[in-house]
Write a protein of this length. Structure first.
Length: 368
């Protein structure tokens, strides 16, 4: 009995030390894996890159608070400008103060830029707030402008974005963004912004019609659409990829999703991107909460407004078909194709009948 008890104790000790060794090895392996794998441990990559998704959206995005300030139903151009020409002071936040010359100076420079474009006249420019950009001492100006000719809004947006760093206007812009937007129906549009770590930005991605850009758009649609269809069902209409941008070591994807109006849309749309594991598998990427931003939209990009305002299951037509009749774009081509198929079938049947009954029909006739 003593011998059996001693051997049992030795075996239990071996099992205990083996378990402790295995757990320690797994811990060290997991720690090393998390340290070197960007998909599972993105913080070192993000800090080295110097910009989190939330920091990126301070300039490139419109928060829900920003959109509430844009209470207009007309097409407008919003702008966010970090200006190095001025040093930030708390007096700048008092927009109506007489000592706040920076706000009036920025407004005058924007009007001057728009006037030089010779596209259309500016109706008015409004600054909504000024704040210290990332405690850097540079002021961040957020506002919007309204044009006399609303149909020229997109053209003006392109011009301003291209020329905002021109030093001829005596306003040195460190970073900024002009965006043409238009109001959307309340509680119908959700904006989703994703940060894909480690995804490279190829040169051809700048061209929206390039093969790489189109392939990436298709991949994003195939990954996003099923998630929203499973949650919203028939209340889901369409997903529009509204933008792609690059950072040093990541790719930023912006998408807008059109749904039936409901105040609970944001809750259900946010719930998709969280799990008990701390990350969500998204194709070949791993998305942490810091890599996902989901908000309600009261304004949408003007370029995509037709696709994010028409809640019908038939998607709006492409721009090249807008001015053409359906008789010439659908009915007549379909009729010609159908008639061609019918004629080909009849011709084939006639040929087979001729081969079977007419061609060399005298071969089997008995000789006299």
């Amino acid at each position: 009995k003593l011998i059996l008890l001693d051997s049992l104790l030795q075996e239990m000790n071996m099992m205990y030390f083996s378990a402790v060794f295995a757990m320690s090895w797994q811990f060290v392996s997991a720690k090393n894996y998390l340290s070197y794998n960007k998909n599972y441990y993105p913080w070192s990559s993000l800090y080295r890159e110097g910009e989190l998704l939330s920091q990126y959206l301070q300039i490139e995005g419109l928060s829900e608070r920003d959109q509430i300030l844009l209470h207009t139903s007309k097409p407008i151009i919003t702008f966010k400008l970090v200006v190095e020409t001025f040093n930030y002071t708390s007096e700048m936040e008092k927009l109506e103060s007489e000592n706040n010359t920076a706000v009036e100076s920025v407004k005058n420079r924007i009007v001057e830029m728009a006037t030089d474009s010779n596209i259309t006249e500016v109706k008015h420019v409004m600054i909504h707030y000024v704040k210290n950009f990332r405690e850097s001492g540079y002021p961040l100006f957020f506002g919007h402008m309204l044009l006399e000719d609303e149909e020229k809004t997109i053209e003006m947006e392109t011009y301003l974005q291209k020329n905002m760093e021109n030093e001829k206007y005596y306003m040195k812009v460190v970073r900024g963004r002009f965006t043409a937007v238009k109001s959307a129906e309340r509680s119908t549009v959700i904006q989703l912004v994703l940060q894909l770590l480690g995804e490279r930005w190829t040169y051809s991605m700048n061209d929206e019609k390039s093969e790489n850009r189109l392939n990436m758009t298709d991949v994003m649609l195939h990954l996003i659409e099923p998630r929203f269809k499973n949650i919203f069902g028939e209340h889901y209409y369409r997903t529009v990829i509204t933008g792609m941008d690059k950072t040093l070591e990541s790719l930023i994807i912006s998408a807008h999703i059109l749904l039936d109006p409901d105040d609970e849309n944001l809750y259900h749309a946010t719930k998709i991107w969280y799990s008990e594991y701390g990350f969500v598998s998204y194709g070949k990427w791993k998305l942490f909460p810091s890599n996902v931003n989901v908000i309600r939209c009261s304004v949408v990009p003007l370029r995509f407004h037709p696709y994010l305002s028409d809640r019908s299951y038939l998607a709006p037509q492409s721009p090249e078909f807008n001015d053409r009749s359906l008789i010439f774009t659908f009915t007549l081509p379909a009729f010609l194709v159908l008639m061609t198929v019918i004629l080909m079938v009849l011709s084939c049947l006639s040929f087979l009948h001729w081969v079977a009954y007419v061609w060399k029909k005298d071969r089997y006739r008995p000789m006299k």
